[in-house]
Design a protein around this ligand. Structure first.
Ligand code: HEC
Ligand code: HEC
Ligand code: HEC
Ligand code: HEC
Ligand code: HEC
Length: 503
C-alpha cells in the first residue's frame, strides 16, 4: 500500500489491495498482450494481409479466448484474495465491507472513467474479432486446409471444379441463422474427431445432414430457368498403340420448367425437381446406390408407386418414414467434389491436349500407373510421373530422346490426374465416391431407370429407352465432330422432314 499516494480514498486503496494477487496480475498481462496482438491482427486482416489459415485460426479463435480468459481472471483473483484476507482475519474492519462508491471523490471518478473506457475498447475489440473470425471460418481456405489431411480430397476436387469460386458454406450451410448455428456445432464435433483421430476414412458420403439442396443450389440456379438442352461431346480413347479416339455427341434433355401454359414438359429437370412434381425414393443401402421403391406425385395429386422386382421392402409405414424427397444432389452428388475414374480422367486430358495422343500407348500406361496402389498421395504422384516417363525411356527411347518435352508433359499430366482423383490416406477415389450423373461407371440414373422399376399396381415402367434422356447426335466417330457442321446437316439416321402442306 506504500506505493499508493496518501491522498487516495480508502475505497480505492482497498480495491488496489485486493487486486495485488498473482491471478489478477496474470489476467491483466494476458488481456493486455492478447488485446494488443488482436489489434495488430485485425489491422492486417482488414488490409487483406492474413492469408495463412493457421494465422487466421490463431487470430480469430486462439487470441480472443486468451483475451476473454484474462478478463475473467482479473475479478476472480480479486474475489479470491478478498476471501483469503478475510479468512486470515487481517484488518477485518477495512475488508469486511465492499468499497463504498462515492462519486464525489475525484479519484474514484477517474478510476471509473478509465474502467469504462477500457470496457468500451474491450467490447469493440471482441465484437470485431467475432465478426472477422466467423467470416474467416466461412472461407474455403479455412474449411479446406485447417483440417488439411482430412479434407484434402474434397478441397482438391473443389479447386478443379466449376464451383471453385463458390464458398464451401454456400452449398453446405446456405443462408439463415439456424443452419449457421447448427453447422458451427457440427463443426465443433468434427474438430474434436480430427483432434482425437476418430474420424472415418473416407469421410462418408452422402452427407445425411446436408441441407436440402433447393435452399442452397437454388440461390444461384433456378430450375424453372433451366432452358434448353445441354450438348456434350465426349472423347474416349482406346488402350491401343494409337490411343484410338472415339467421339460421341450427346444432346442431354435437361430442359427446364417454365415452358408456358399448355406447352409440353421440359425434360430431365422438369420431371424430377420442378416444384409441382415430387419424387420420393427409398434406398436400401447407406450410400443410396440401391433403390428399391419410388413414388411419383404429379401436379394433379396422382400418386404412383414403383418397386424393384425381387427387392426386400420394409413394411409400408417404415417406407413412408424413411423415404427421401429427390433433390438436386440425388443426381448432382459430385457437382464440385468429382473424383473421376482413371480412364475418364485420362480421356479428358487426351481430349483437351490432342498432341499427347501421338505418344504410343499413353492411355494404357497412364491408366495403369494411376490405378496402381501406393502408400501415400505424395508418393503415388511421384511414382505415376516416374512410371510414365520410364515407359518411354525403355520402350520408345527414340521418342523419349526426340520428344523429351512432350513425354515430360505426359508424365506431369498423368501425375496431375492422380493428384486430383486418388487419396490413399483418406481412402477416397472414384470407387468410394461414385458420380450419379450417367450410368456407365456406377448405376447413376439407372438406379431407377434400368427398366426394372415397375408400377406396383399396373404396368408403368420408369423408362429406359436410350433416347429418353439424350439424343445421340454422333456415335463413336474417330474424328472430333465439327459442331457447326452438325447444326447444318441433319443426322443421317433421322427421318426426312415431312413435306409442308401448302394450300
Ligand atoms: C457447389 C456446391 C458445393 C461446394 C461449393 C462445396 N461442396 Fe462439399 N459437398 C457438396 C455436396 C452436394 C456434397 C454431398 C455429396 C453427397 O451427399 O453425396 C458434398 C460433400 C462434401 C463432403 C463429404 C465427403 C464427400 O466427398 O461427399 C466434404 C468433406 C465436403 N463436401 C467438404 C467441402 C469443402 C471443404 C468445401 C470448400 C473447399 C466444399 N465442400 C464445397 C457440395 C459442395
Ligand atoms: C454461389 C452460387 C452457386 C451455388 C450455391 C451453386 N452453384 Fe452451381 N454453378 C455456379 C456457377 C457460377 C456455375 C457456372 C460455372 C462455369 O460455367 O464455369 C455453376 C455450374 C454448375 C453446373 C454445371 C457444371 C458444368 O460442368 O458445366 C452444375 C451441374 C451445377 N452448377 C450444380 C450445382 C448444384 C447441384 C449446387 C448445389 C449443391 C450448386 N450448383 C450450387 C454457381 C453456384
Ligand atoms: C434427375 C437428375 C437431376 C436432378 C434431380 C437435377 N439435375 Fe441438373 N442436370 C442433370 C443432368 C443429367 C444434366 C446434364 C448433364 C451434365 O451437365 O453433365 C444436368 C445439368 C445441370 C446444369 C448445367 C446446365 C447446363 O446447361 O449447362 C445445372 C446448372 C444443373 N443441372 C443444376 C441443377 C440444380 C440446381 C438442381 C436442383 C434444383 C438439379 N440440377 C437437379 C440431372 C439432374
Ligand atoms: C429415384 C429414382 C430416379 C432416379 C435416380 C432418376 N430418375 Fe428420372 N424419373 C424418375 C421417375 C419416377 C420419373 C417419372 C416416370 C416416367 O417418366 O415414366 C422419371 C422421369 C424421367 C424422365 C422423363 C421421361 C419421360 O417420360 O419423358 C427423364 C428424361 C429422366 N427421368 C431422366 C433421368 C436422368 C438423366 C437421371 C440421372 C441423372 C434420372 N432420371 C434419375 C425417377 C428417377
Ligand atoms: C435415365 C436417363 C438415361 C438413359 C435411359 C440412358 N442414358 Fe446414356 N447417359 C445419361 C446421362 C445423364 C449421361 C451422362 C452425360 C454426362 O456425362 O454428362 C449419359 C451418357 C451416355 C454416354 C456417354 C458415356 C461416356 O462415355 O461418357 C453414352 C454412350 C450413352 N449414355 C449411351 C446410352 C445408351 C446406349 C442408352 C440405352 C441403353 C442410354 N444411354 C440410356 C442418361 C441416360
Amino acid at each position: 500500500m506504500s506505493v499508493l499516494p496518501k491522498s487516495l480514498s480508502p475505497a480505492i486503496v482497498r480495491l488496489f489491495n485486493y487486486a495485488r494477487n498473482p491471478l489478477t496480475v496474470l489476467g491483466f498481462g494476458l488481456t493486455t498482450l492478447s488485446g494488443l496482438t488482436l489489434i495488430v491482427f485485425l489491422t492486417l486482416e482488414v488490409a487483406g494481409q492474413v492469408d495463412n489459415p493457421y494465422t487466421g485460426l490463431f487470430g480469430s479463435a486462439f487470441l480472443p479466448v486468451v483475451f476473454v480468459g484474462g478478463l475473467l481472471l482479473m475479478p476472480l483473483g480479486i474475489l479470491r484474495r478478498r476471501r483469503a484476507l478475510m479468512r486470515s482475519g487481517q484488518s477485518a474492519d477495512t475488508i469486511t465491507t465492499y468499497p463504498k462508491l462515492d462519486f464525489n471523490d475525484p479519484h474514484l471518478r477517474r478510476v471509473a472513467l478509465v474502467i469504462a473506457a477500457l470496457t468500451v475498447i474491450n467490447v469493440v475489440v471482441l465484437a470485431t474479432t467475432s465478426v472477422v473470425g466467423l467470416n474467416f471460418m466461412d472461407t474455403p481456405k479455412f474449411c479446406g486446409t485447417v483440417c488439411h489431411r482430412v479434407m484434402r480430397p474434397e478441397y482438391t476436387a473443389y479447386q478443379n471444379s466449376p464451383h471453385s469460386r463458390v464458398k464451401c458454406v454456400q452449398c453446405h450451410i446456405g443462408p439463415g441463422a439456424s443452419w449457421a448455428v447448427r453447422s458451427k456445432f457440427d463443426g465443433l464435433r468434427q474438430v474434436w474427431k480430427v483432434m482425437t483421430g476418430t474420424y472415418s476414412h473416407p469421410i462418408p458420403s452422402p452427407v445425411h445432414t446436408l441441407r436440402p439442396a433447393r435452399d442452397t443450389c437454388e440461390s444461384c440456379h433456378w430450375p424453372a430457368k433451366h432452358y434448353g438442352d445441354k450438348l456434350r461431346v465426349v472423347g474416349r480413347f482406346a488402350e491401343d498403340e494409337k490411343n484410338s479416339a472415339s467421339f460421341t455427341a450427346l444432346l442431354l434433355r435437361t430442359g427446364g420448367g417454365a415452358y408456358g401454359a399448355g406447352q409440353p414438359h421440359g425434360g430431365i429437370h422438369w420431371w424430377h425437381i420442378y416444384a409441382d412434381n415430387r419424387i420420393r425414393y427409398l434406398a436400401t443401402d447407406q450410400r443410396r446406390q440401391e433403390i428399391a421403391w419410388v413414388e411419383l406425385t404429379t401436379p394433379d395429386g396422382k400418386r404412383t408407386e414403383f418397386t424393384r422386382e425381387g427387392a426386400n421392402l420394409p413394411p409400408a409405414d417404415s417406407i413412408q418414414n424413411q423415404a427421401r424427397v429427390m433433390d438436386c444432389i440425388d443426381c448432382h452428388n459430385r457437382p464440385t467434389h468429382l473424383f473421376e475414374t482413371p480412364a475418364k480422367a485420362v480421356d479428358s486430358v487426351l481430349q483437351r491436349q490432342a498432341d499427347l495422343r501421338s505418344l504410343p500407348f499413353l492411355k494404357r500406361e497412364a491408366v495403369k500407373a494411376v490405378s496402381a496402389s501406393y502408400a501415400s498421395h505424395d508418393q503415388g504422384m511421384a511414382a505415376v510421373r516416374q512410371s510414365v516417363a520410364a515407359f518411354y525411356r525403355k520402350s520408345y527411347p527414340d521418342i523419349a530422346a526426340r520428344d523429351g518435352k512432350l513425354v515430360a508433359r505426359a508424365a506431369d499430366e498423368a501425375a496431375a490426374v492422380y493428384d486430383r482423383t486418388v487419396f490413399p490416406e483418406m481412402n477416397t477415389n472414384s470407387k468410394t465416391h461414385p458420380n450419379n450423373i450417367g450410368h456407365d461407371d456406377s448405376p447413376g440414373c439407372f438406379r431407377c431407370h434400368d427398366g426394372n422399376m415397375k408400377e406396383a399396381k399396373g404396368d408403368w415402367v420408369i423408362p429406359n429407352d436410350c433416347d429418353t434422356c439424350h439424343a445421340i447426335l454422333v456415335d463413336g466417330s474417330p474424328s472430333e465432330p465439327d459442331l457447326g457442321q452438325l447444326a447444318l446437316t441433319p443426322p443421317a439416321a433421322a427421318a426426312p422432314a415431312p413435306a409442308e402442306a401448302k394450300p
